[in-house]
Design a protein around this ligand. Structure first.
Ligand SMILES: NC(=O)c1ccc[n+]([C@@H]2O[C@H](COP(=O)([O-])OP(=O)(O)OC[C@H]3O[C@@H](n4cnc5c(N)ncnc54)[C@H](OP(=O)(O)O)[C@@H]3O)[C@@H](O)[C@H]2O)c1
Length: 331
């Protein structure tokens, strides 16, 4: 049995999902020879540390009851520097302007020879090459399936399952909030503002939806795809982005009359990286509804492979993180 000592830095929706999934899958993990011990957890107010392994049921309950897990005033980066462990699971908020605390945590982890699995796309959208170089020099594992498409396994599909294929292009819907708003505008023939309000009431859109609706969330994911799968060296500022805020119900009705729907499509091919509203034929594989994500990967050997799935959610995103952890350590 291989024991992996992990920290979870950021204990919100995704961090707690990871703890739940580790609890739920303990037996399956043991069956493949992995004993995952979470020795430290941090949120914005402090941390819990236990070298013997934190009781995950108790810590999830504590977070839900008191709003924090902090039993001592120590930050995530201090844990990364000072607590002996193998793997940092980085699930702090995304900051695409500076990389934020996530970037600091990742660099500290590599600086101490630790592996990183993350759902935090900001640092990767901004400093992809630097992070890859630092991880490689440190001999650290670095995986980030959860940053693009949540539970939809696009990075590992392209790298592992489609290994040997040339990936010619990827296009798809990578933001569930935009997809929900556009789908509902079409169904209800309602305005963007009305459906944004509905999606905020349902907790699908954030109070500040700018990153989603202006297309920058999609742009970050395209940058990760472009760098990781196409070997480009681009960052967030290289993406041509148009969001969905200007789309009217009239435009959707007109499109519908002609057999089309309008979707926020992200695409990467050759030198093009673009996120923009596009007409998609109704019934086309990319015309998925609700909050679903979808991606069509065009390859030279396998033809076009299309996957769809849940692009967000606590357990769904934790699923991608778990799969990265298993890929890193499976004996
Ligand atoms: N939610 C999803 O479905 C989803 C899907 C894919 C990717 N992601 C990405 O995954 C990451 C986490 O998302 P989330 O939804 O879990 O966010 P969230 O619910 O806002 O949780 C963020 C967590 O990070 C903690 N935190 C903030 N600043 C910190 C700091 N300086 N040090 C340590 N912890 C800090 C917060 O502490 P407090 O609890 O004290 O506030 C909170 O526990 C984000 O980068 C997001 O973009 C999310």
């Amino acid at each position: 049995m291989r024991t992996i000592r992990a920290s979870i830095i950021g204990f919100g929706s995704v961090g707690q999902g990871v703890a739940e999934v580790f609890l739920q899958k303990r037996e399956e993990l043991e069956n493949i020879g992995l004993d995952l011990k979470v020795v430290a957890i941090a949120d914005s107010r402090g941390a819990e540390i236990n070298n013997e392994g934190i009781d995950l049921s108790e810590i999830i309950a504590r977070k839900r009851e008191t709003g924090t897990i902090a039993s001592r005033q120590i930050t995530g980066v201090e844990i990364i520097r000072n607590v002996e462990h193998d793997l940092v699971i980085e699930t702090t908020p995304t900051d695409v302007e500076t990389g934020g605390v996530g970037l600091e945590n990742m660099l500290a982890a590599f600086g101490h020879g630790r592996d990183v699995v993350t759902s935090n796309k900001g640092p990767l959208a901004l400093k992809y090459r630097e992070l890859m170089d630092v991880a490689r020099e440190a001999g650290s594992g670095f995986r980030f399936e959860a940053t693009v498409g949540g539970a939809m396994p696009i990075l590992n599909l392209a790298h592992d399952t489609l290994a040997g294929n040339k990936i010619i292009s990827i296009e798809g819907i990578l933001n569930g909030t935009c997809n929900y708003i556009l789908s509902r505008m079409m169904e209800e023939q309602a305005s963007y503002e009305q459906m944004l309000a509905e999606s905020q009431e349902l907790g699908i859109a954030e109070t500040d939806p700018t990153n989603d609706v202006e297309g920058s969330d999609t742009a970050c994911k395209l940058v990760i795809l472009a760098n990781s799968i196409f070997g480009m060296d681009v960052n967030y500022n290289d993406v041509d982005v148009t969001g969905i805020t200007k789309i009217t119900p009239e435009a959707l009705i007109l499109a519908n009359d002609e057999g089309y729907t309008i979707k926020l499509i992200g695409e990467v091919k050759d030198d093009l990286i673009r996120a923009s509203p596009r007409l998609v034929p109704i019934g086309h594989p990319l015309a998925v509804g609700g909050t679903l994500n979808v991606a069509s990967i065009q390859t030279d050997l396998a033809g076009t492979v299309t996957i769809t799935g849940r692009g967000a959610g606590s357990i769904e995103t934790a699923s991608a993180i778990l799969s990265d952890v298993v890929s890193l350590y499976r004996p």
